[in-house]
Write a protein that binds this ligand. Structure first.
Ligand code: HEC
Length: 282
């Protein structure tokens, strides 16, 4: 018997059309609505607001949610957040702080990232904005995806946007081209297994693959970094890289145009959902 994933992949052709992966270009808002419609038709009892909890929204074992709630009450990564706060508050070489450098003092802004910078002609992530601050202040840029520096700072910094609703904008033809490029990456099958992101996080969302329950793409972008193994922060693009590995596929580098465009598309799908930085993952 074929494993369920292979069977459901066979049903992909029709789904590609439903989600605008092929044929005429849909607008980003139409895409988002199509994703939501797909999930809510399949799982009418699960509220979209709960998708921010990832697999926990689909877990019928209430112990998993209870464990999450208990850990979130006194997170084992409190010391990392504290270190991130110190990094955030420590003046940079020119005497300025990140708060001086970022819009709105760095508060309630994470949901505006990534955005398309028309002047630069590319997608700018929050990590890019933090690094731009560092460089303008005479510091070296942090290595993107590095847990000890960018991951730790982002864990604290993003918490200043908790509760803000994701608010990604795609305005103008060049922004739309970047969004479409990210969407193409999301739907492209690659690697030895010939999977796409959609094979797992659309068709198999809410399904157990091997021992793991798979989360839906909607809601995935709002809660970064996540903490694995107690106190190790993992940023969103680092998670993309491990999923490319799951697909037996080499990932483009963190911070590359390809992953930035993917993050742009992927974040748009979570528009309207509340941000919540630094959450626990098993
Ligand atoms: C072979 C199946 C598979 C494929 C293909 C796959 N993933 Fe995943 N992904 C998983 C599993 C399993 C997890 C861990 C459980 C979960 O949270 O869904 C995960 C987790 C994630 C998470 C973290 C969710 C969270 O809340 O912690 C993100 C984001 C993600 N994947 C994005 C992607 C993207 C983008 C792609 C395409 C580049 C992709 N995945 C391809 C299986 C897959």
């Amino acid at each position: 018997m074929k494993p369920p994933i292979v069977k459901s992949l066979a049903a992909m052709a029709s789904l590609g059309i439903a989600l605008g992966a092929t044929g005429a270009q849909a607008s980003p808002e139409q895409d988002r609505q199509d994703f939501i419609k797909y999930y809510t038709t399949k799982y009418p009892n699960i509220k979209i607001e709960d998708y921010v909890y990832g697999t926990l929204a689909f877990d019928t074992d209430s112990k998993a949610r209870a464990q999450y709630d208990a850990v979130m009450q006194s997170p084992p990564y409190q010391a990392v957040l504290e270190k991130g706060r110190k990094m955030w508050e420590t003046p940079l070489k020119n005497g300025k702080t990140y708060a001086d450098c970022l819009p709105n003092g760095g508060k309630n802004i994470a949901g505006n990232y990534p955005y398309f910078d028309d002047r630069a002609g590319r997608v700018v992530t929050l990590a890019d904005a933090i690094n731009a601050c560092r460089v303008a202040s005479g510091e070296a840029a942090y290595k993107l995806g590095d847990a000890a520096t960018m991951g730790t700072l982002a864990a604290y910094m993003r918490s200043l946007s908790d509760g803000m609703l994701m608010n990604i904008k795609v305005d103008g033809p060049r922004a739309l081209a970047a969004y479409e490029d990210g969407k193409k990456t999301f739907f492209s099958r690659a690697g030895q297994l010939n999977f796409s992101c959609a094979s797992c996080h659309v068709q198999n969302a809410g399904v157990k693959l091997r021992a793991e329950l798979i989360s839906p793409a909607v809601g995935q972008a709002v809660h970064w970094p996540v903490f694995h193994g107690g106190d190790h922060p993992v940023e969103l693009q680092a998670r993309y890289a491990s999923c490319f590995k799951n697909m037996r596929h080499v990932s483009a580098p963190i911070g590359s145009e390809k992953l930035n465009n993917l993050e742009y598309f992927h974040s748009y799908l979570s528009n309207g959902l509340p941000m919540k930085a630094s959450v626990f993952r098993k």
